[in-house]
Design a protein around this ligand. Sequence first.
Ligand code: FPP
Length: 273
Amino acid sequence: MDDLDTIAGPGTPERELLDRIDPDRLPRHVAIIMDGNGRWARARNLPRVAGHRAGIRAVRETVEAAARLGLEAITLYAFSTENWKRPRHEVLTLMNLLKEYIRKELEHVVENNLRFVPIGRIDQLDPSVQKALRRAVEATSRCTGTVFQIALNYSGRQEVTDMVREAVRLAWDGKVHPDQIDEAWIAGHLATAATPDPDLLIRTSGEQRISNFLLWQIAYTEIYFTPVLWPDFGKAELFRAIVDYQGRERRFGGLSPEEAGLFEPSGGGDGGS
Ligand code: FPP
């Protein structure tokens, strides 16, 4: 973790949360389903797109906090393959906001040593969006800090479908033997190959769904749902989620250390099931 005062000043509520975080047990990778922009806007009698615009502040603050904490990776779900079903005007605004974000925030992203990596079917986005994304990727290619993955035109099922197609193609061409395809091979051929699986998945706005996000990668991820709407999310909420995460016991299908001790074979028994 960086100097604490640069993330949260002494005596602030976020500092109180930050002080409760054990720096030795940080999640390596945090993934976030940013939800609730529309409801945030409706509550203020504003058009939905005003909620998306307000969501940009939350993106800025959250990725900066992730960088200062020294997380290995943060992944934000910005646009799903299903989001094309939204009104054309809303889709256009989201794409324009993304370009505006890159135009205005790229310097801040570089300053925070974040490496920008878009995931999803990027080649299906408007050429102007692809150009902005390429610029962000290039500008941050030498950044060595937190990997900032942004899922755009992304869905977990589509990602798995693409991986299967690639596997079949390689097998067909004799470049991979079917027996070589194990879990590590699959993980290495997904869009997220460069990052570890998320340890923590956060969804804002009170909805309790996965919505086709990182389906393969979240097999053992801890999930944290918060009623906070995305535009109100920020470093304090990120710290709260990490405090909650650190209070959990991760067993990955095994036993807790205490339980494992209780059932240690003592000579005669079968050790239980
Ligand atoms: C879900 O809220 C949010 C989205 C579909 C888009 C998220 C986009 C942003 C936060 C802004 C752009 C991001 C970047 C990185 C520039 P919703 O519209 O489904 O909210 P609702 O469920 O309340 O209607």
